[in-house]
Write a protein that binds this ligand. Structure first.
Ligand SMILES: N[C@@H](CCC(=O)N[C@@H](CS)C(=O)NCC(=O)O)C(=O)O
Length: 218
């Protein structure tokens, strides 16, 4: 059954892997599942055909046989449920890994997204400079807590899981800010995620879209 996901035709990050199709690609690579990608423009994302797949007109989406999904967390969870390697078999360990998936998306990602919002979308507002340190402090607080929990462990709870996949994906969004450098344990954790062959394949695939875009435009 062919799996098709959607991704930006022209990612605003220029192929740095920060768009959320990368986490879905990564999960599919970890699970050893081939997939196809339909690239969509910003305009196409807001048109009825795409809105039928994604009510908020965003990427990524996931289609497989009669199933269509949106929300990167739900998609990664679906992949992890259907294929071995991303969730432990033991029921309690599996529940803890799922808790880390939610923690990544629900507790750690929101303040990181706020930083992106205040820097890029609200950067020209008169209050943006005053708001920045508040948002940064919220992120630091979360990173302190996460770093304390991770300690010297390789992954968040035993072996690598979908919880780590999402947490690393979320933390990667901080790279442009340089904030991760103040948390060497977390920086090393992120580097371990990036060193996984499945991540490298996912990263290369999304980067190739951006590179092709540049080649086609010259
Ligand atoms: N919570 C959603 C967020 C999806 C999202 O924000 N996608 C971005 C790309 S990473 C997007 O499509 N942005 C374009 C837009 O919102 O118009 C998820 O995790 O899938």
């Amino acid at each position: 059954m062919t799996i098709t996901i959607t991704a930006f035709e022209k990612s605003p990050d220029g192929g740095k892997g920060l768009a959320r199709d990368t986490r879905v690609r990564w999960a599919l690579e970890e699970a050893g599942q081939p997939y196809e990608v339909r690239l969509v423009s910003f305009q196409a994302m807001k048109e009825p055909a795409h809105l039928a797949l994604h009510p908020f007109g965003q990427i990524p989406t996931y289609e497989e046989a009669g199933l269509a999904l949106f929300e990167s967390g739900a998609i990664v969870f679906h992949i992890a449920e259907r294929h071995a390697g991303l969730l432990p078999v033991d029921a309690d360990a599996r529940a803890r890994a799922i808790a880390w998936m939610f923690a990544a998306l629900n507790t750690v990602e929101p303040p990181i997204l706020e930083l992106v919002t205040v820097r890029i979308l609200e950067g020209d507002k008169p209050w943006a400079q005053a708001r920045l340190p508040l948002v940064a402090a919220r992120i630091r607080s979360r990173l302190d807590q996460l770093s304390a929990r991770l300690g010297d462990a390789e992954w968040l709870d035993g072996g690598f899981s979908a919880g780590d996949l999402l947490m690393v994906s979320v933390l990667l969004r901080l790279r442009p800010s340089g904030m991760l450098n103040d948390f060497p344990g977390l920086a090393a954790y992120v580097a371990r995620g990036e060193a996984r062959p499945a991540y490298k394949r996912a990263y290369a695939a999304q980067a190739a879209v951006a590179e092709k875009g540049v080649r086609d435009s010259v």
